[in-house]
Design a protein around this ligand. Structure first.
Ligand code: AMP
Ligand code: ZN
Length: 512
């Protein structure tokens, strides 16, 4: 746990102490009031002491709340950004806050059928554990690539290459299968197959260098890691897991390769349709829900009304939260929830996970991060070319003649990615404790069998308060936080490029 995570945890401890103090002071005063009302006598010193305690607790709580309000605005604190280029400041502010910029193939079945994959072994990992089951042919390179799905450093580019550009399809089916969701929700195999085909086609529609099917596959695998390795999976229901992975799969479907701000400023059809609000995210959702609901791509037909409602709410929340302009608000909300002795809404926790996965490439090995950055810059520059053609001012980072790539990455890591992963880490650490709490409930239940009704009621109270939410208590340290070392290394590499421009050619060109 590094300094920032420690700070979040320390804040959380200090607040929970101050909440406890408020609570016990209130109880003390209430008792004294009762005694007064009943005409009972008590020592003057007792009253003085209780009042002093109350003053102290209230002051602490006030100071804390004030600190939270002052230091965590939902917008970018540009006062502390003097050292970074203006264009990067402008880009950070126009992309990650709600402000607008201040400057102006054919569907190929690459493998025979998903049905075959499923028949072949249900879980791909079983295929390589029990070779005898592999009566269906999934090439060894694909199996080898998929074996590393549990690793943070998973090479999605490699899987994409060896699977004839079917990375999303393989990863998507693998995660649904791992949690037995295809069986559970009786997804017709043919429909799943059509759905995955359509998804893949939609991601290819605009021939984007970044927002394409590899990005979607990468985000699904990263979400899978964050849910699986942290054991968050043990706290989720099947419908939540289903929603979570589908949200990751669809989250950029038919991305136009241009930003929301671009849609708004060009008054595109999509911007008109969605009233300039989270234009792309609304499009991804609306288009895919149409597909999933019915017809040959319908994969939700076996869900009952309640399941469908829950699934839909979760997927909508999660995908809308990938709108980068809600970044600061989202991080702030989770920080707040972490310091309150209450619950974290699962949909908020899962939304942060998807958002973090979406911007996670600076937390991956340098070779991957560098490739992603290069692809994104290509996409931005393509938007810049369109802006030039339309006589519009360049959006930040879209002018290929002036954009400072390494500097923008340093800003992106320092102001966006690193703080987001610190909060994610603190949140996951808190959630880890949930499992222990469940264990405690189980132990209490067992002991209540021996100790009678009053313990049972306690158990019931505990249980009802933790059934549908994630309980935050004393956080436990996460065992695996591989992102931290990559963030530091990648930052160092970009800084190195800034200070040794000669090295640029080896990496991403600083000015193209
Ligand atoms: P999404 O459009 O949901 O995939 O979110 C990705 C967005 O994150 C991009 O449009 C950028 O705004 C931002 N982003 C991701 N990677 C980078 C990067 N290396 N540099 C700058 N912005 C990035
Ligand atoms: Zn994305």
């Amino acid at each position: 746990m590094d300094n920032k995570t420690t700070q979040i945890t320390a804040d959380s401890k200090s607040l929970s102490t101050s909440f406890q103090a408020c609570y016990s002071s209130a109880n003390e005063l209430r008792d004294l009031l009762k005694m007064m009302m009943a005409g009972q006598s008590f020592k003057r010193e007792t009253l003085i002491l209780s009042m002093e305690n109350a003053i102290c607790a209230l002051e602490k709580a006030y100071t804390y709340e004030k600190k939270m309000l002052n230091c965590d605005t939902d917008e970018l604190d540009t006062k502390n950004m003097q050292s970074i280029p203006e264009e990067v400041q402008d880009w950070l502010s126009s992309t990650f806050t709600r402000k607008l910029s201040i400057s102006n193939e054919e569907s190929k079945h690459k493998f025979k059928s998903i049905a075959n994959v499923i028949r072949a072994g249900i879980f791909v990992d079983r295929i390589y554990r029990r070779a005898s089951l592999a009566n269906f042919h999934i090439s060894t390179p694909i199996v080898d690539a998929l074996k590393k799905m549990n690793d943070w450093d998973f090479d999605v580019f490699e899987l994409h290459k060896v699977s004839d550009e079917q990375s999303l399809r393989y990863i998507g089916i693998e995660v649904l299968n791992k949690y037995d969701l295809i069986n559970k929700y009786k997804i017709p195999i043919k429909h799943l197959e059509n759905f995955m085909n359509e998804l893949t086609n939609g991601y290819k529609l605009y021939d984007n260098s970044y927002h394409n099917v590899v990005h979607a596959a990468d985000v699904v695998q990263t979400v899978f890691y964050l849910i699986h390795r942290t054991k968050l999976q043990d706290t989720l229901t099947d419908i939540e897991k289903f929603g979570c992975f589908i949200a990751a799969m669809i989250h950029d479907y038919e991305h136009t390769g241009t930003t929301n701000n671009f849609h708004v400023k060009t008054s595109s059809q999509m911007a008109l349709l969605y009233n300039d609000r989270s234009v792309l995210e609304n499009h991804h959702l609306s288009r895919t829900f149409n597909m999933m609901r019915e017809g040959e791509t319908g994969i939700l037909s076996a869900l009952n009304n309640d399941e469908y409602r829950e699934f839909r709410d979760l997927v909508i929340d999660m995908v809308l939260a990938t709108d980068m302009s809600s970044h600061f608000q989202q991080v702030k909300t989770i920080k707040h929830l972490l310091v309150l002795p209450e619950y974290i809404d699962k949909s908020k926790a899962l939304s942060l996970i998807l958002h973090a996965a979406d911007i996670s490439h600076p937390c991956k090995p340098w070779q991957h991060h560098q490739k992603w950055t290069h692809s994104l810059m290509q996409e931005f520059f393509r938007q810049g070319d369109q802006e030039l053609e339309m006589g519009l001012p360049f959006s930040p980072l879209c002018d290929k003649t002036t954009t400072l790539v390494p500097e923008s990455q340093i800003g992106f890591i320092n102001y966006i990615v690193d703080p987001c992963f610190q909060v994610l880490e603190a949140m996951l650490e808190s959630i880890l404790d949930y499992k222990d709490k469940c264990k405690t409930i189980k132990e209490k239940e067992d002991s209540s069998k021996h100790h009678g009704a009053s313990t049972s009621m306690e158990v019931e109270k505990d249980r009802s308060s933790s059934m549908n939410n994630i309980v935050i208590r004393n956080p436990k340290k996460l065992k695996h936080t591989p992102w931290n070392q990559h963030i530091s290394k990648n930052l160092e590499n970009w800084k190195d490029i800034v200070s040794n421009p000669a090295k640029e050619k080896t990496f991403v060109p600083r000015r193209i």
